[in-house]
Design a protein around this ligand. Structure first.
Ligand SMILES: Nc1nc2c(ncn2[C@@H]2O[C@H](COP(=O)(O)OP(=O)(O)OP(=O)(O)O)[C@@H](O)[C@H]2O)c(=O)[nH]1
Ligand SMILES: [Mg+2]
Length: 370
């Protein structure tokens, strides 16, 4: 019997390990309890120590998965403060528990109330404060610690988000311009989890890019990989839409959509998720310009794009965005042959520099959406 319990445990932990290895975790539930304050001794004026706090601390080199695997626990309990004693009237404070989390984590209570976020290396946030020790300030009534479950919600911090339908070449682009080595293959949904890469310039300037799993029409009602990864572009400074100039067809059940329709659907999906994503400075990249008839398809695309309102009439009412993404520029590239990729990177750099100089309250694209 003992043997079988052990075996069961082993199998369970093995499965958990395997599961964690494969999965990108961007939400984690933990239980925390801060320490209670130590008792005071009114007769002696003895002061109890404060209970330990539960603190999260930003670290750039870890993932949420590490929070589990480094600590192997989901419960974090800080020490109570020491009570005042005759021989030691001033009790010591309980030790804080510091949990390392990736930068970009928001701590929320189970009911969704935001406690705060950590976005930078070594930035700390007290998520559960230890109780005060008994002292004259509180009539020697020491306070209890706080105990609750909370969610750690990770939103990746990247300067640029790569958005597109599956198979458009997002990962190919990322691997061409950065040292990231995402999986690339000629089938949809190759990328199953967001991946970060960095674009490094000669003057040591580094820009981070997030490659996201492909979106499809209907992602907002959970088709394909759904909308769940779009939260990772809520903090980007620029969005890059990567579209295959040949268009995209998921399978026989879906209609073949040309490049113009791709742009409209991506726009709509972003709008359905959060309209502020539509208003972000964006660049349109038409990829695979090395393929057959790409030039003709590009001309057709530009004609549709320049006559946007008329072209929109071919698209079902439901899919027409209410607000149009105002692309700063359109690039035709080939991520396969490296055509125009350097020019695109320089443009990205310029836009990032510009966005960092612009005060946050001052939206960069104040143009009308039409
Ligand atoms: N001819 C040509 N093929 C390309 C180009 N860019 C990417 N590909 C090919 O297109 C296929 C899909 O590329 P990926 O980079 O995996 O596409 P993705 O957008 O990351 O796809 P998902 O991860 O499924 O969303 C691969 O076979 C690439 O080799 C290009 O510029 N020209
Ligand atoms: Mg990919």
């Amino acid at each position: 019997m003992v043997f079988s319990t052990k075996l069961l445990f082993r199998i369970k932990s093995y499965e958990l390990g395997k599961h964690l290895k494969r999965q990108f975790i961007d939400r984690l539930r933990i239980y925390v309890k801060s320490g209670s304050g130590g008792k005071g001794l009114p007769k002696l004026g003895g002061i109890g120590g404060d209970g330990g706090n539960i603190i999260i601390q930003g670290k750039s080199n870890i993932t949420l998965k590490n929070v589990y695997s480094n600590n192997l626990r989901k419960r974090y309990i800080a020490d109570d403060g020491e009570s005042s004693k005759k021989i030691k009237p001033y009790g010591s404070s309980g030790q804080d528990v510091v949990i390392d989390v990736p930068c970009g984590v928001t701590a929320e209570t189970s009911s969704g109330i935001v406690i705060g976020e950590v976005n930078a290396e070594d930035e700390k946030l007290v998520i559960a404060k230890g109780g005060k020790g008994g002292s004259p300030l509180n009539d020697y009534q020491s306070q209890p610690g706080q105990a609750f479950s909370l969610n750690l919600d990770l939103k990746l911090i990247a300067d640029i988000g790569l958005i597109g339908f599956p198979n458009a070449g997002k990962s190919t682009f990322l691997s061409l311009v950065s040292r990231a080595r995402p999986k690339i293959a000629n089938y949809p949904f190759t990328t199953l989890q967001p991946q970060l890469g960095t674009l490094e310039f000669d003057d040591k300037r580094v820009i981070t890019l997030a490659d996201l799993p492909g979106l499809i029409e209907g992602a907002h009602y959970n088709r394909g990989m759904g909308h769940k990864f779009l939260k990772h572009i809520s903090r980007t400074k620029i969005n890059v839409f990567i579209v295959d100039i040949n268009g995209f067809q998921l399978n026989a059940k879906f209609e073949a959509r040309d490049a113009f329709e791709n742009v409209v659907f991506l726009n709509k999906e972003l709008e359905m998720y959060d309209t502020s994503l539509v208003q972000k400075p964006s660049i349109l990249v038409l990829n695979k310009m090395d393929t057959e008839n790409a030039k003709e398809k590009y001309e057709k695309f530009m004609h549709q794009f320049e006559n946007y309102e008329t072209s929109l009439q071919q698209i079902e009412d439901y899919w027409r965005p209410l607000e149009r993404v105002d692309f700063r520029s359109i690039f035709k590239i080939s991520a396969k042959t490296n055509m125009n990729v350097e020019e695109l990177c320089l443009e990205l750099r310029e836009l990032i520099d510009e966005s960092e100089q612009t005060p946050k309250s001052n939206k960069t694209n104040s143009n009308s959406s039409n």
